[in-house]
Design a protein around this ligand. Sequence first.
Ligand code: WT7
Length: 646
Amino acid sequence: MSETHLYPVSEETAKAAWVDNAKYLEMYEKSVSDPEGFWAEHGKRIDWMKPFTQVKDVTFTVPGVSIKWFHDGTLNASVNCLDRHLETRGDQTAIIWEGDDPADDAHITYRDLYIRTCKLANALRAKGVKKGDRVCIYMPMIPEAAVAMLACARIGAIHSVVFGGFSPDSLAGRIQDSECCAVITADEGLRGGRKVPLKANTDKALETCPSVSTVLVVRRTGGDVAMKDGRDVWYHEAVEGQPETCEPEEMNAEDPLFILYTSGSTGKPKGVLHSTGGYMVYTSMTHQYVFDYKDGEVYWCTADVGWVTGHSYIVYGPLANGAVTLMFEGVPNYPTTSRFWEVCDKHKVSIFYTAPTAIRALMRDGEEPVKKTSRASLRLLGSVGEPINPEAWEWYHRVVGEHRCPIVDTWWQTETGGILITPLPGATDLKPGSATRPFFGVKPLIVDSEGGPLEGACEGNLCIAESWPGQMRTVYGDHARFEQTYFSTYKGLYFTGDGCRRDADGYYWITGRVDDVINVSGHRMGTAEVESALVAHSKVAEAAVVGYPHDIKGQGIYAYVTLVAGEEPTEELRKELVQWVRKEIGPIASPDVIQWAPGLPKTRSGKIMRRILRKIAENDFGALGDTSTLADPGVVDDLIDNRPAT
Ligand code: WT7
């Protein structure tokens, strides 16, 4: 890859920032040479009920992987997000809510948010929900989603937020896996003027979820929904008359805060479990330094709370820091493609954090929808979810930020809890497309396929050599899968699943997943999940799914489908299969391409050769490599000859 433009930190930015380059180097050095000392100091940034004396107790060796931080301390996450701000900023806005309809918005102060959280926490307790119980949150982007998370945290219940775009089946699978006792949802969601039937989906899901005894339903649209006697309660009725204070549960630092399901290369989605103390320290610290957050600034992360980005950088990190966090219910192109920038102007947003896929989609509509807005309040831009291609980076920088705003390209994962590799705006000279350098305490290691560490400029598999406080602790209910997935590929290291290049300046360039996970519009999808949805259809005999380059989505979903004998591959059936996958998993899993495959390339032992399928999907027929081990090399020619245009 050619070395691109360098965008140096301006002197002005460096001076105003929490951290300039000299400070970054000094803090980074301390963080890796004396992690105990470093984190003992920074662990104090949050309020402990009982202060910790132990900092870290970690082993990455299989079996016996164990990760503990601040583990003799106690705290409550909601107290850190709410109570501790009441005296200093009770009347300051905590959440600016911007509705799907531009006429709908609200400002919620820290005191309001505290009261709402306490009332819901009391209502949950009244329903018998207690410390350690799992509560599923299946909500649109409304303030009650944040309130629900904080209310769970207050009483020590473990929340499991499920993205509102997931199907009843996907929702059911997640509720069953963690045996949730309650679900908090809404009648309907509203996105881009369209309604999402959240309660109806919940009802459908709960047909197979005997663990759920309580459903709280927020009235969002007023749409007609069924309420099941003895199980379903309107949220506003449940909180009515509840006290405005609620005794917080005292949680150990290592008590779970939440579970969030994410896709892997095999099997069903994993319940990524995060604990309380380290997560709060890490998300609040990264939010402050990466976004260089200063008191009173309006900060907007456009993610959905159904993803980890929403957990860490809409709710927990910003609220722990007493920030003004903007929560947006809508989509970038409704009512017009100027919406993002209009919202920035309307609420005077200083810091804006979004995904490359949104930037690429908006780029298509040209500069006009951006330029007709002011964006004068913006001073920092962020990117997350997938590699940002240099063209999109340059456009974001030039058109949106008018060359004035640094871009922080933040690399991290559901598993990491918070940002691991990223520029710091006052410290890091930028290269478009590079996530640049590690955050404090993070030791990236690039290894070859045998696990041998590579030095200097190199390319290989990205591992992290030491723990950081925000790291996931286990896969809910399956610690062996946790060890197997992340710690067994390369001994003693956390393996990220990403490929990565390090350049001569020590900058990191994430090249994408090296496993069977694909990244569609910044959303993680296991190819195995899409395959099992496809083969669940009665007319499908076999399916193989791979990613392929997609202009807007980053990667698209490419499915090779073999029909059962006697079935005709018609256009109608193609559409039916796309609908089928949407229904089975959710719209984000819709295949972009279905290629009929009379046969799939397999080794003589019957293993599907995905390498070849990936190449065909990428339209890269010259690089198929060795096909001599195939049981029937003829199938490859057939697939090439019949590859549909994309
Ligand atoms: C995967 C994690 C991090 C929260 C949202 C996604 C890819 C994420 C970047 C980036 C290049 C990135 C990686 C990673 N990814 N951010 N800045 N540059 N790639 O969380 O669903 O857990 O997905 O997203 O491949 O492994 P996730």
